[in-house]
Design a protein around this ligand. Structure first.
Ligand SMILES: *[C@@H]1O[C@H](CO)[C@@H](O)[C@H](O)[C@H]1NC(C)=O
Ligand SMILES: *[C@@H]1O[C@H](CO)[C@@H](O)[C@H](O)[C@H]1NC(C)=O
Length: 577
């Protein structure tokens, strides 16, 4: 390992004044919500869409606001194929194995694919498919599972989709002959049952969630193979510790559930869950960026990782999306907004870096990527997951009227685009590294193998994990970029990504993951194709990747960003502003 550049020593000083503020905040929220919900019990009737916000581009030319029917139809066909293969071979299981036609059940066996993909079917108007999905959804027994339940994954994939289906029905997107009002009420009941089953997750002194729930005992539990064991020399703890995404990615789903049921408990618990992040009593090294992981019993950071990548990402996403979703009268929207703005400024200052061009005659361009800070070191590595950031920052730039965020977001999106266009498959890798041009003289990662050096020479970055997991984040940001800037190049980029995925991932029973986006020629693999594909298709492929691709080619009034807020799993919720 090379030498490291040191950050200034970070401090974790307790600030007693802000513990008081946190307590006061929590009390005020609780009281406010109780009074509000009981004085105006909410919404069992359909309401016309709220006024919303001005997010989408307004000055469309040459019909660019209308659907590109041909391309939208191709993406819709990919969804139909995905559904059909699953229905024939794995109905009721969590996920199909797209190469072998087998199945897996790692999401408690409740039919994760059916639930997670249902909102995609709803937006695409796949009514037969949606009707079959709803028949399954209303029959799931969420009170039972042999395996421990992961409250984070369960909230974003199952709960989020069910709440969104109710919103889509209430807004008139789903017609009555597909979901009856009785079925709509049953879906909401299922959401309530599931949310109540997840309740024990929040039963901690801080309100931050347990990593798992044991349904048979109605009890929160730790997660033995915790990632935080990674560095036992540095991290000593007796309690489970979680990253900000676990604590901070349940408020959208639960705020909507409170609106639909009139019960304030969901908003209360999910607000308490991220309160120790938003109103932290620890002084962070970088304004707005959480030091993590965090002990769920004491609320203290037990590590010094700060980034917008896996495990942290959707906390930052939900800060801005909560300010869009909630009624303006909700308390604390200003705190969320300021925290988000601070976090984005810190991202720009401490985490983002441009790739240095390799020595001549190599590739000459520089690209902006998002690294990580870990303890005193700068990790010059980004994963595909962090490509959600351009879309989320663009959303904030429009909503908060911050043009400099827009410029920054579009530069980050160009970086993600560059990872896609640089590989032979035209699909970007799962993670990559680069040599920063400015500011970080001794980065953690250097290219060592012949392959890494060659990749760097050709494109200015080299892959760390060269696989593709069917992930949505890049096309998700393209969707936001198209809807917010109105620039047609983003539709073109999305189409290039879709064509590449269609060409390389389509498998006998669905869409497979790729082992190596740099080696996709069949000739480079054994004659049975073994190894080229991974026999995995996660539910986010249908819930997110196909949805965002399709929406990019749909009429811009479908799931209009002026009225809808997408959860981190791409389930649209109605704004309350
Ligand atoms: C709310 O949190 C409490 C712990 O503070 C927990 O006992 C309860 O089950 C939770 N309820 C819901 C619906 O989340
Ligand atoms: C945001 O950053 C400023 C300094 O740039 C700091 O004074 C302020 O307290 C921060 N606010 C939040 C909510 O992090």
């Amino acid at each position: 390992m090379p030498g490291f550049r040191r950050w200034g020593k970070s401090k974790f000083q307790k600030n007693p004044e802000s513990s008081f503020k946190l307590l006061a905040a929590v009390l005020v929220i609780t009281l406010y919500l109780i009074i509000k919900e009981f004085s105006h019990p909410t919404v069992h009737v359909a309401r016309p869409p709220a006024i919303g916000a001005h997010i989408q581009f307004a000055d469309w030319k040459n019909g660019a606001d209308r659907a590109d029917r041909e391309k939208a139809e191709k993406v819709r066909n990919a969804m139909k194929y995905t559904f059909e293969k699953y229905r024939e071979n794995a109905w009721g299981k969590d996920d199909i194995l797209p190469v072998s036609g087998g199945h897996s059940s790692t999401r408690n066996g409740w039919g994760a694919f059916i639930v997670d993909a249902a909102t995609t079917m709803a937006l695409m108007g796949l009514w037969d498919e949606l009707a079959q999905a709803v028949e399954h959804i209303v029959m799931i027994d969420f009170t039972r599972s042999d395996a421990l339940v992961d409250p984070f994954e369960t909230t974003i994939r199952y709960l989020g989709s069910m709440v969104s289906l109710v919103d889509l029905y209430d807004a008139g997107v789903i017609p009555e002959n597909v979901i009856t009002s009785e079925a709509r009420d049953m879906i909401l009941e299922q959401a309530v049952t599931l949310a109540n089953c997840l309740g024990p997750a929040y039963d901690t002194p801080t309100g931050m969630p347990w990593p798992r729930v044991d349904l048979s005992k109605s009890k929160g539990v730790g997660d033995p193979p915790s990632v935080y064991k990674a560095d036992p020399k540095k991290i000593k703890y007796d309690h489970p510790a979680v990253g900000p995404a676990r604590a901070g990615s349940s408020i959208l789903e639960n705020r909507a559930l409170t609106r639909l049921t009139g019960n304030p408990i969901y908003t209360k618990n999910s607000t308490l869950s991220w309160a120790p992040l938003v109103w932290s009593k620890w002084t962070p090294a970088f304004h707005g960026l959480v030091d993590a992981p965090i002990d769920i019993v004491t609320g203290a950071p037990v590590g010094r990782q700060r980034h917008w990548d896996a495990g942290h990402d959707s906390y930052y996403e939900y800060l801005v999306k909560m300010t869009l979703l909630a009624p303006q009268s909700d308390p604390y929207l200003d705190s969320y907004k300021t925290t988000f703005i601070n976090a984005t400024k810190s991202l720009r200052k401490y985490l983002g870096s441009r790739s240095a061009p390799p020595p001549p005659p190599g590739y000459a361009m520089q690209h902006l990527f998002i690294g990580r800070s870990n303890d005193d070191w700068y990790e010059n590595r980004q994963s595909h997951l962090a490509c959600f950031a351009p879309g989320t920052i663009l959303l904030a730039s429009k909503f908060y009227n911050l043009p400099e965020f827009r410029t920054y977001a579009l530069a980050l999106l160009e970086g993600c685009h560059h990872t896609y266009t640089s590989t032979p498959s035209k699909i970007g890798p799962e993670s990559w590294s680069w040599i920063p041009k400015f500011g970080f003289e001794d980065p953690v990662y250097l290219p060592t193998t012949t392959r890494e050096k060659a990749e760097r020479k050709a494109s200015g970055f080299w892959s760390a994990d060269p696989g593709y997991k069917g992930r949505p984040e890049y096309v998700e940001s393209l969707f936001y970029a198209y809807r917010i800037t109105g620039e047609t190049r983003f539709r073109e980029w999305a189409w290039e990504a879709f064509e590449a995925i269609e060409k390389h991932c389509k498998a006998p029973y669905g869409y497979a993951q790729l082992s190596d986006v740099y080696r996709v020629n069949k000739a480079e693999w054994p004659s049975d194709g073994g190894g080229r594909w991974k026999d995995v298709q996660e539910s986010f492929w249908a819930a997110e990747t196909l949805k965002y691709l399709w929406l990019t080619f749909a009429d811009v009034d479908v799931a209009n960003l002026d009225r809808w807020v997408f959860t981190t799993e791409a389930h649209p919720l109605r704004m309350m502003r």
